[in-house]
Write a protein that binds this ligand. Structure first.
Ligand code: ZN
Ligand code: ZN
Length: 250
């Protein structure tokens, strides 16, 4: 997603954005591809040009490649520390599978396999009362830039601590701190996905126009950008559906 820095490799400190990084051998997309949980394996068909393509969920770097490259890898003052640190930005602890908003809309409004008995008219929208298997996860395309900024700030704090410790820092300490920060970000995203009672309640409330800040649980960020619910933008839902069918993918 945002900030497509190619990353870099400083000795064994890897922040490379590649399908399989060398020498670590991590494949970051495995968090989606090799994940058989219901939440992650939900895809939807892209219908454009009769291509048989399914839109998978996204592999999200909890500590983003661009930010960790900028703040840590490219700081010449950290050279000595980095030469003694083995770390990979694509390691499974730094990866999390996240749906796109298109998965959300598809689940609620498009999935032909929603049984008729589970369909409901809420407000003026035909939707479903069944929560998706990926409920309560923020959507990867909501406020990624703001999320990156938060990661950058957290990395700056960590960097200041590393510099203060200077040569007394143990070789494994920086990578352990980064792993811990990945866990913290994953925890934060899970908490954020439960704002307003979670994504499912927020969706149903938004259909009924009960809440203005329906987007809170859908956002990756601490302070989400305000956004209107699709129908409040005066886009009628069928246009949105058509857009999703035709534009998303790749
Ligand atoms: Zn991401
Ligand atoms: Zn690597």
């Amino acid at each position: 997603m945002a900030g497509h820095s190619a990353g870099t490799l400083v000795n064994k400190f890897c922040t490379q954005r590649t399908a399989k990084c060398d020498p670590c051998g991590n494949k970051y997309a495995d968090v989606v591809k090799n994940n058989t949980s219901l939440a992650v394996s939900f895809k939807f068909p892209r219908l454009k040009k009769k291509e048989n393509i399914e839109i998978s969920q996204n592999a999200h770097h909890l500590l983003c490649v661009a930010e960790i490259t900028k703040v840590i890898s490219k700081d010449p003052k950290l050279k000595t520390v980095l030469e003694n640190t083995e770390y990979c930005v694509n390691n499974p602890k730094n990866m999390m599978a996240l749906p796109l908003f298109a998965h959300t809309v598809y689940w609620y409004c498009l999935a032909e396999d929603i049984p008729i008995s589970a369909r409901a008219v809420v407000g003026s929208i035909t939707t479903t009362y069944t929560p998706p298997p990926f409920a309560n996860l923020p959507n990867h395309d909501f406020d990624h830039g703001k999320y990156n900024k938060e990661v950058e700030e957290a990395l700056e704090v960590l960097k200041a601590e590393v510099k203060e410790a200077d040569h007394s820092i143990a070789p494994a300490q920086l990578s352990a701190s980064l792993d811990e920060m990945s866990g913290d970000m994953e925890g934060l995203l899970k908490i954020r996905g439960k704002r307003k009672g979670g994504t499912h309640l927020a969706w149903l409330d938004a259909c009924e126009e009960k809440v203005d800040n329906w987007f809170l649980p859908y956002s990756l960020a601490h302070k989400p950008e305000e956004r209107g619910f699709p129908k409040r933008l005066n886009k009628n839902l069928s246009r949105l559906k058509a857009a999703i069918k035709n534009l998303i993918g790749g």
